[in-house]
Structure formats: structure tokens, C-alpha cells
Design a protein around this ligand. Sequence first.
Ligand SMILES: Nc1nc2c(c(=O)[nH]1)N(C=O)[C@@H](CNc1ccc(C(=O)N[C@@H](CCC(=O)O)C(=O)O)cc1)CN2
Ligand SMILES: Nc1ncnc2c1ncn2[C@@H]1O[C@H](COP(=O)(O)OP(=O)(O)OP(=O)(O)O)[C@@H](O)[C@H]1O
Length: 262
Amino acid sequence: MQAAVGRSFQNISANCQDLRISSLAKFVPINCGFVANAMTTDVRQLKQQTRKHIKQGLQSLTAEQMAHESARITAHVLGLRPYVGSKMIGIYLHCKKLREVDTTQILEDAMRQGKKCYVPVVEDSKSNMKFLHLDELSCLRRVPPFNIQEPPDTYVDGSPRQDVLQCRTCLDVLLVPGLGFDRAGRRLGRGGGYYDKMISQLQHLAIEEGRQPPLIVALSYEAQLVSAVPMDKHDQPVDLVVTASDVVQCTKRGADAVMEMR
Ligand SMILES: Nc1nc2c(c(=O)[nH]1)N(C=O)[C@@H](CNc1ccc(C(=O)N[C@@H](CCC(=O)O)C(=O)O)cc1)CN2
Ligand SMILES: Nc1ncnc2c1ncn2[C@@H]1O[C@H](COP(=O)(O)OP(=O)(O)OP(=O)(O)O)[C@@H](O)[C@H]1O
């Protein structure tokens, strides 16, 4: 299915990397329901305020709205050329309680198409996460502390489950969750640093292997797209933000991916 094509990359004046500038004033989410004095608060506080604002917006979504937006987002993703052509894909297992965009249909499509799917498994509380191969949905179970679905470390036959970093597998596409996003590709997570670390590790791996890093695609309800997300040095931008109404091109890579769709 043909995905909607968002605002063109040329209209975004700065590259994401250049957006990590020192003036915090740029990061005040101007469409948020509060006024922050950016010059006297730090990025951490601004992130907390932005998280609170977005969580309020998410709370007001009905189950029907979320199902409707998730279905449209799924259709956009399934039409993206990099997704269609991908062989190895990283995909999050959405958490209903956290009101994340539902990835069930994308995962089922990817498995049906014979793509190799890898899903996140939290290792510790120090931002360490693995991406393990998912061969069948029936092995998934909820794991504390976050109670998000994860596969066990081994396959049914007891052999170790393939790990993206250990096997030096370069993912083609990585679908990421998040609490909030903006049109420049800034992403606000839930504060664990897991995705920032993983994206950075995958980029290093790709460089070492002489490959392209994965295309980073965020899935977002409209309520999660704000005018500006506060950003730290370690925060990793995304290439595309897919919403129900738009495929937002945040980087040149994202713009190229959407161009190829036409
Ligand atoms: N579906 C999914 N899987 C994921 C993530 C994610 O965000 N979504 N993660 C991405 O890192 C990692 C797990 N990290 C998580 C970090 C916080 C919370 C969480 O429940 N946060 C609460 C606040 C908790 C508190 O403040 O004490 C929340 O956001 O409401 C969940 C997962 C790996 N797997
Ligand atoms: N590459 C990294 N290596 C080690 N720690 C990191 C890395 N990136 C982020 N962190 C740690 O994670 C903590 C939380 O960061 P931040 O608030 O930006 O997370 P987030 O983007 O909300 O979370 P996530 O990426 O899991 O969605 C930071 O204090 C930082 O110390």
C-alpha cells in the first residue's frame, strides 16, 4: 500500500545531528500545556515535563483511536521500500499498558514474508539491551521489571537464541518505540537509555562491517508528535517518524527511503 508522504526533507533546515545545540530554548515543546523557562531548567527537567505532557495526551486516546491509528501506521510501514526490501528487521513488541503503537500486524507480516525478525530483551538497569531472533510468537512471555513480552535466551531445542550484536548481524530496518518525537527526528524515550545505546551500538557495528546502519523508523500516535523534543548529547535521532497521517522525513536517509516509495 502506498504510504502518505510527509513534509519534504529539504524543508527541514537542519540535520538532526546539528540540533544538539547548547541553547535549551530551542527544546521547549511550544505546543505543550506548560511554560518552561528554558534558560533556567536543564534538559533532564525539560524531558520530564515533556514526558508528563505526552503521557496526558496518550491517556485521552480511546482504544478505538489507538487501533485506528495503529492500522494506518502499519499500512504506511508495509509500503515503505526499505521495509519491503529488508531481510533483517528489528521490531519492538508493543506494550498495551504503555499505549504504544501496536506492532502485531507488522511482526506477523514480516514473519510471513520470511524476514528475520529480532526483538528487544532487557539485560540490566544500565541501558543494556539485546536484540534476539524471534522464530515463533508462542515462545514470548512477559518479563519483569517492565512486563513487556520477550523471547527466552534459548530456542526450544535449548540452543542459544541468535543475538544481533554477537552474530554481528546488520539490521536493515529498526522499528523503535518512544514516548515522544518531533519532525526533526528527535526521540524521547522512557528514560532508560536502552534504545539510545542500542542504536549507537548498531551504528558502530555497521561501520565496522562496512555496511549501512539500519534505517531507524519510529512509530507514533499523533498525540506523541510534539513541536520540539529536548535532546541530550547521547540521544539518537530517527530517520522517519510514521504517524497515521504522515511519514515524516527527518534525515536525508529517511527522505531517500520515502522518495524510493513513489
Ligand atoms: N515495547 C517496548 N519495549 C521496550 C522498551 C519500550 O520502551 N517499549 N524499552 C525502551 O527503553 C526497553 C525497556 N525499557 C522500559 C523503560 C521504562 C518502562 C516504563 O514502564 N516506564 C514507565 C515509568 C516508570 C517509572 O517512572 O518508574 C512509563 O514510561 O510510564 C518500560 C520499559 C526495552 N523494551
Ligand atoms: N550510549 C549510551 N551508553 C550508556 N548509557 C547511555 C547511553 N545512552 C543513554 N544512556 C543513559 O541512559 C540514561 C537515560 O537517557 P534518556 O533519558 O535519554 O533515555 P531515553 O531516550 O528516554 O530512553 P530509551 O533510549 O530507552 O528510550 C542517561 O542518563 C544515560 O546515562
